[in-house]
Ligand binder design. Structure first.
Ligand SMILES: Cc1ncc(C[n+]2csc(CCOP(=O)(O)OP(=O)(O)O)c2C)c(N)n1
Length: 409
């Protein structure tokens, strides 16, 4: 027998590194309007082509085309545009605040604003999202006070979470925003458990869980899918595939082998793939999955195809691991520019009104920041040490009582 060559380990490599020409040929795309829209009550067996398609509504000219067009009115569309723009301005300003030493940490969702904003608008009060750190648009779309967000980022005396959480790890139950966890993936199963409880109690509330594509490599992802599918939990499971997990490209989580939406097939649940930079497509697939969940037909896995245009966080420098101009080559464009072009095409928006809106939103933001800064920024104002002992245990444990006595507070 001929001697076999030794084995070699396959290690995926990204399509481009710093200095190379950006290349997204490996991302499968479908033209706008081409993907079919199955009935909400279609059987899973009749949905198995969906994970390989891409739901898109806005074409290259900003016109809404095809069966997924959610037919939204002008007012809803402009609210969406405003919330996305406010999110971007908020993040630019707070990123600068980090560079000015006013907070210890910050993260942006540049290019991904349509996700949190559209989904926040589709879900109802009483539903619950289990967020990642890249969907602050959810809160902004629901008019959560920006001053409270900034107080949390500054960890000042009015921080609603009393300094217990890292900046941007918000918690706002009344806004359908479950406490954010820095341990990526840990909330995916919680979303499923919350949804199972909702079904068990026979109410009509549904859950939505977010996870990054990099984090699908964790066991938490698969455990959550097992429970969601077995118990037909009324949950929307969203993978935000923004191509990068800090400096690790999506191929390390399996993107070179199949789509992330296709992971649904092995669990016997529907998997949809959507253009995450298309507000209308985001709206439409979320509505489809929400209707399905509310009809007691169980979970849907949605892969949101998008691109993380900024660094991972204030601690990251993406020019070290990807071409500096990669964002400009992303084939699905910028979500704000695309919705703006759509509204202009409908005759209900203009460049002048956009500039005016941006000025108004910046002013609102400046006021909110000023208000937070009168309380204090990082280190100039802190929640009282006493807070450490409060709001944690219903009945304080003897150790807590003793430690508190030792501190004399
Ligand atoms: C359990 C756990 N492991 C590792 C980390 C460190 N970490 C923080 S964010 C991140 C990358 C996550 O990437 P992805 O899931 O693709 O989401 P994205 O940041 O791209 O939105 C890692 C590894 C963490 N916070 N928690």
């Amino acid at each position: 027998m001929a001697k076999q060559a030794g084995l070699s380990l396959h290690i995926p490599v990204p399509s481009a590194r710093p200095g190379d020409e950006a290349n997204f040929e490996h991302v499968p795309l479908t033209a706008a309007g081409e993907t079919r829209r199955p009935r909400v009550d279609a059987s899973e067996a009749n949905l198995r082509d969906m994970p390989y398609e891409l739901v898109r509504v806005l074409d290259d000219d900003g016109v809404a085309v095809g069966p997924w067009d959610p037919q939204l009115d002008d007012e809803t569309l402009s609210r969406g545009l405003e919330a996305m723009l406010q999110t971007r301005l908020f993040e630019e300003r707070l990123f600068r605040a980090h560079r000015q030493g006013k907070t210890s940490f910050f993260m942006k969702s540049t290019g991904e604003e349509a996700i949190g904003v559209a989904q926040s608008m589709v879900l109802r009060p009483g539903d619950m999202c289990f967020p990642t750190y890249r969907v602050q648009g959810w809160l902004i779309a629901r008019n959560y006070p920006m001053t409270d967000m900034i107080n949390q980022i500054y960890s000042n005396e009015k921080d609603p979470l009393k300094g217990r959480q890292l900046p941007i790890l918000y918690s706002a139950r009344d806004y359908g925003f479950y406490s954010l966890s820095g341990n990526v993936g840990s909330r995916f199963g919680h979303a499923v458990g919350w949804a199972m409880a909702s079904a068990f109690k026979n109410v009509d509330k549904i859950a939505l869980g977010y996870i990054g594509e990099g984090t699908t490599a964790e066991g938490d992802f698969h455990e959550a899918l097992t429970f969601a599918s077995v118990y037909r939990a009324p949950v929307i499971l969203v993978i935000t595939n923004n191509q990068w997990a800090i400096s690790t490209f999506s191929g390390i989580a399996g993107a070179d082998l199949t789509t992330f939406a296709a992971k649904a097939l092995a669990y016997g649940i529907p998997g949809l793939r959507v253009d995450g930079n298309d507000f209308l497509a985001m709206w439409a697939v979320t509505q489809w999955a929400a209707d399905r969940a509310r009809a007691n037909l169980g979970p849907t896995l949605i892969e949101v195809v998008t691109y993380r245009a900024a660094g991972h966080s204030t601690s990251d420098d993406p020019t070290k691991y990807r071409p500096a101009d990669e964002a400009a080559h992303w084939p699905l464009g910028d979500p704000i520019e695309r919705l703006k072009a759509h509204l202009i095409g409908r005759g209900t928006w203009s460049e002048e009104r956009h500039v005016q809106l941006e000025a108004e939103l910046s002013e609102r933001l400046r006021d909110a920041q000023r208000e937070a800064e009168t309380v204090g920024t990082l280190g100039t104002s802190k929640p009282s040490v006493r807070e450490m002992f409060e709001g944690v245990f219903k009945e304080p444990d003897w150790r807590v009582i003793e430690q508190r006595r030792e501190l004399g507070i």
